[in-house]
Design a protein around this ligand. Sequence first.
Ligand SMILES: NC(=O)c1ccc[n+]([C@@H]2O[C@H](COP(=O)([O-])OP(=O)(O)OC[C@H]3O[C@@H](n4cnc5c(N)ncnc54)[C@H](OP(=O)(O)O)[C@@H]3O)[C@@H](O)[C@H]2O)c1
Length: 354
Amino acid sequence: MDEALALAARGRGATSPNPMVGAVVTVGGRTVGRGYHARAGAPHAEVVALEEAGESARGGRLYCTLEPCCHTGRTGPCVERVVQAGLREVVVAVEDPNPRVNGEGLTYLREHGVAVSVGLRRAEATRLNEAFFTVQRLARPFVTIKAAVSLDSCIAKAPGQRTALTGPESSIHAHGVRASVDAIAVGSETVCIDDPLLTARGVTRSRRLVRVLFDTRMRTPPTSRVLRTLDAGPVVVITTEAAVEAWPTRVVALKAAGATIEALPTRDPAAAMSLLLAYDVCDILVEGGAVLHRSIWAAGVVDRVRLYVAPVTLGPGAVPWMPGGEISMAALGGGASQSLGDDVLLEADVQRVD
Ligand SMILES: NC(=O)c1ccc[n+]([C@@H]2O[C@H](COP(=O)([O-])OP(=O)(O)OC[C@H]3O[C@@H](n4cnc5c(N)ncnc54)[C@H](OP(=O)(O)O)[C@@H]3O)[C@@H](O)[C@H]2O)c1
């Protein structure tokens, strides 16, 4: 199962809206087939592994990081292939919560004489697909807020000032994370001040990144760099119906520059996140600034907090990240830290009771 998990992880950043899945076929303790789901629409991991194993799979055992599917989507049901291959046993790490599977795959296998066990490396398999599980459970993407902060918890030297805080090691790490998510989001103030590209640089990425701008006054300049790099991925501007009505010429200019405008009835970050599922966004990194972070935190749709802490103090007049400590430690769990050059990376998950 460890090998199946490692195989599954090779699909990171490429499989949404599908999960990452890995599979290994063994016969008498010898591996005869390996597979993983490379991208949405590509063959499922089990099918790849069974194809590699061929006739030698007969009487063998399949290790699979997720319950094999029993429905016909873009590819046929995997459970039928498993039965046809003559496997004796299937070991599954975790059930597929997709309502079209949800235990049905396991039932099908048992009814066709295949021994099934579930739960080996369950925690690891669940974490691997935390984005997919969040979508299934909460009908919204997995949301990480990320910021570079000073020791006094500020994100910029002064309002309106672009401030580079962290070192090259943090930058390499941050671009690696960008390569693995489906989308990056920022607020309109960050677009106006930083004019960021919101691309994953220095890393390999097979899918285009969705760039999301939260902008309820249509302030995004049509000439902004994010709109001049549409090859890197689409740009979705999340706004309100009132804004579209109030600034029609800005809407026309942004559309002409290649942006897709999504107007919601109200400024509702939770609804915005759910809307992004239509763009196959299951895993989103919200890079700031502070106003957007606070609003998303208050809406209760943050799953992970990632802070790159730089060894500098910005002092009075700087832009605070979370004034008043809106993110309480009590809400966070499973924290970890790591040195990145002179910086420290802090990561913690939000504890949910739902
Ligand atoms: N250190 C870091 O990691 C980091 C990261 C990013 C930015 N920055 C810095 O942070 C500063 C900008 O950050 P900021 O906090 O002032 O602004 P911001 O979060 O980038 O943008 C805030 C703006 O987003 C718009 N918005 C649209 N929908 C929203 C929603 N649902 N919730 C909240 N805001 C929404 C609002 O403007 P409208 O009313 O016009 O829509 C709001 O004023 C810059 O100095 C930038 O350099 C630092």
